[in-house]
Structure formats: C-alpha cells, structure tokens
Design a protein around this ligand. Structure first.
Ligand SMILES: [Zn+2]
Length: 425
C-alpha cells in the first residue's frame, strides 16, 4: 500500500504536524519514502475518527430504508470510523449467528468498522434473556447489549442482564421509557404544546424514573450501565447523583436533543417525531451543560433512517426517528464548540475516545501517535453550508436539519489507513 502523508494538520494542543500512514498505522513522518499520496491539511484540525454508539443500519430486514453499505457511507461522510449497529433489525440480533451475520455484512460492505449490538431479551420481548454469553464469546465479540426501541422494563430482567454481562466486561445500554407513563403512542413532550396539538404526552418522568431505578440496580450488581439518548434535565440530575456515588454508569445524548426543541413539532411535521421526543429549551440547556461537564459522557446519533412510506403520515401515525450520522459533528460544533462550551480535545473525548471506551473497541478513539491505528478525520472549523437532505449517502431523507445553515466540518475521513471520504477543496 502506498504511504499517505497528511501535511500540516492542527493536532489541537500539540501544534501543527505531519502525519504519515503506512499499512493502516501511524509511522514516523521522517520515514516518508518517495512513493506517497499527500493530503494538504493546512488550516484543518485532525481528530481521532468518531465512534457512534447508536446507529440503526436497518440491514437485515429493512434495506429499503438503509443498508450496511449506505449507512456506513453516511457514517464516513460524517467523520465516523466505527458504528455500533443496534439490534432491532429483522431478524433481531439476539443470537451469536445473528451477531456474526451483522459483523460479516460490515466486513463486506462497511466504510467504517461495524460492531453489532446484541439484544438484551429474545426478540426484544422484554421477557426472556437473549444469548448474551454466546454473543460475547462469538467471533463478533459483542460487548454492548440493548433492546433499544424498547425499554428493559422488568427490573428483575435488568438485574439478571447486568449480572450476566459483568463476567465479560459487557454493558447494558438502556432505552429508558416507562411504558406505563409513556406508552407506544406517546410522541410529544408532555406539556403545553402536546396539549395544544392534542398529541399523546411523553413526560420527562418516564425517562428519569427508569434511570433512577437502573442506577440502583447497577450499584447492586456492580455492573456497567449505559443510558441511551438522555433527553431531559431530570435524567441529568439522576446521572449526576449516581456518578457522585461512583456507580458505574455512562450516558449519551443525541445531536438533535442538543439543538432542537418541542417547538419544531408545532407544524405537525413528522420529520421531528423522535423517541424520546424533542424537549423544551430548558432541557436542551441542561443537556449541553451536562455534556460540557462530563455528566453525559458521549454524543451518539440515534441515526434512524425511515423509508418515505413509513415517515410521511399524520404526526401521530408516522415512524419515530431521524437521520444523524452525516450531521452529528456539525450539530455538536454549532451547539458546543462555537459557543465555547467544549474545546476540540474535549469534543474528541465525547465523540471518539469515550464511545470507544464504553464499547471496548481497542482500535478506535486512540491518540494520533506513532504505532497507533490510523483512524483520523480532518475538520474545517469554519466551513458552513445549508443542509440539503438530497445531498446524502443515506437511502432515507428524514433529515431534521434540511434547509438550515450548519457547520460543514468533515473534509476527510481515514479508517484503518484508508480514505473513506474526501471532500474536494
Ligand atoms: Zn432508543
């Protein structure tokens, strides 16, 4: 393989430097030979490749909405070098064979590393534990388990799952939604706007109360718990309390919850229907603060592609979810970097280092240093564009940022030494 030389990248905090990549690893730039591909990184920031803890790739089962190929192309465009593929596919990833199948699809079609998430319960039914141990010991080496889309509501099942994964350093990622406080039809933050629009309410307490229970079970079992897509201030308070007690809990926030509020729903546009729902501004503020101070450890996209015929319905009937991979970094730059709430090294921690650590990915979120795997992105901190949902690698178009001016940061993505995305400059 020809060497790749990245010239003059800003390594934020470590000055400007050249990076030389050979056989998928960083090597000493002084060793550069004559046979070189060069990337000019003048004015660009170099960061570790981003890692998404929460991607719905839809394959197998819903290849009309997304495939491993299209979803990972979108991921590479967004600056990601690894994604965790959620288990709620058809069939569900609840066996060693199903996990191996997803890993094999990733190895064949992936433009990023594809890491299967295993289901906690069989068929996501919330009743019987899935084959956690077999998935962990399979070639896929599953470490993250989640019934995402559904809450692990049975506290005894949650206890057993947490006890089980402790043996192999696994983690249970909870979609926190009390089904009795926020049932399947709940689709709008419970408050003034849900009342005015006549939409079934989804109160903050339905999230925070489940998280309060689960951190207690995590303390009881001394096991690793992760909270998916934290959406409200009350949940932040619970997580802050749990961390003060040294409970082993981590949490993620989705880019849309850092920027968009319940007001988006006023036009009944189903693009803004997402689970958990968009919340009022005071919650958005609390989430930004929590991400800044580390109470929330990571940003995760909850990239949820949907075919037109599933999304283009009246608000109450439309599918939940929005695209996220291609615009996640843009939203975080806009909400966290530009107002000075996060520095670039802190952003790298929230979007690469911590997600890789939570998922126990040895080759991701590593320093940009000699001997390390060459997973790196080049970022233009100043570029902006008006988001066009048709300029996308995803097969779906449910993009909540369409028509908005946002940063356009990703210039190049390099995964295992290979350029997986490059924008012409
Ligand atoms: Zn979820």
């Amino acid at each position: 393989m020809t060497d790749l030389l990245i010239r003059g990248a800003d390594l934020v905090g470590r000055g400007r430097s050249d990076l030389l990549i050979r056989n998928g690893l960083f090597v000493d730039p002084a060793d550069a030979g004559a046979d070189l591909n060069e990337l000019d990184a003048d004015g660009l920031v170099a960061l570790p490749g981003l890692v998404d803890l929460h991607t719905h790739l839809r394959e197998p089962g819903r290849e009309d909405a997304e495939t491993v190929l299209s979803g990972t192309l979108a991921a590479a465009r967004g600056g990601f070098t690894a994604v965790l593929a959620m288990a709620n596919t058809t069939p569900v990833t609840d066996t060693a064979e199903a996990a191996a199948h997803v890993a094999a699809l990733g190895a064949r079609d992936g433009h990023v590393q594809v890491v299967p998430v295993g289901a906690v319960s069989k068929a996501l039914d919330g009743i019987e534990l899935a084959e956690l141990g077999l998935m962990a010991r399979s070639s896929a080496g599953v470490r993250v388990f989640s019934d995402d889309g559904h809450c692990v509501w049975d506290s005894r099942l949650m206890r057993r799952a947490l006890e089980y994964v402790r043996a192999f350093d696994g983690v249970i990622a909870q979609h926190a939604q009390d089904p009795q406080l926020a049932g399947d039809s709940a689709c709008c933050h419970e408050g003034e706007i849900s009342g005015k629009l006549g939409l079934p309410g989804w109160p903050a307490a339905a999230e925070a109360s489940v998280v309060a229970r689960d951190v207690q079970i995590a303390e009881l079992t001394r096991s690793r718990l992760h909270i998916c897509h934290v959406s409200c201030a009350e949940t932040v308070d619970v997580i802050r309390w749990a961390k003060q007690r040294d409970i082993n809990v981590t949490a993620e926030v989705a880019p849309h919850h850092l920027m968009l509020t319940t007001n988006e729903v006023l036009g009944y546009d189903p693009t803004y229907k997402v689970n958990p729902p968009l919340r009022p501004a005071e919650h958005v503020e609390a989430l930004r603060e929590a991400l800044a101070d580390g109470t929330i450890d990571a940003v995760a996209t909850d990239h949820a592609p949907h075919a037109r015929h599933d999304k283009e319905h009246a608000f109450a009937e439309a599918a939940f979810g929005m695209l996220g991979l291609e615009t996640a970094l843009a939203a975080v730059v806009e909400t966290m970097i530009n107002p000075g709430l996060l520095s670039w090294p802190e952003l790298a921690k929230r979007m690469a280092i911590m997600p890789a650590h939570i998922a126990r990915l040895a080759d991701q979120g590593r320093p940009l240093a000699v001997g390390e795997p060459a997973n790196v992105i080049l970022v233009d901190p100043a570029a902006r564009w008006v988001v066009d949902r048709n300029d996308s690698a995803s097969l779906s178009r449910n993009n909540p940022w369409h028509g908005r001016e946002l940063p356009d940061p990703v210039v190049a993505t390099i995964w295992a030494g290979r350029i997986t995305f490059q924008k012409l400059r």
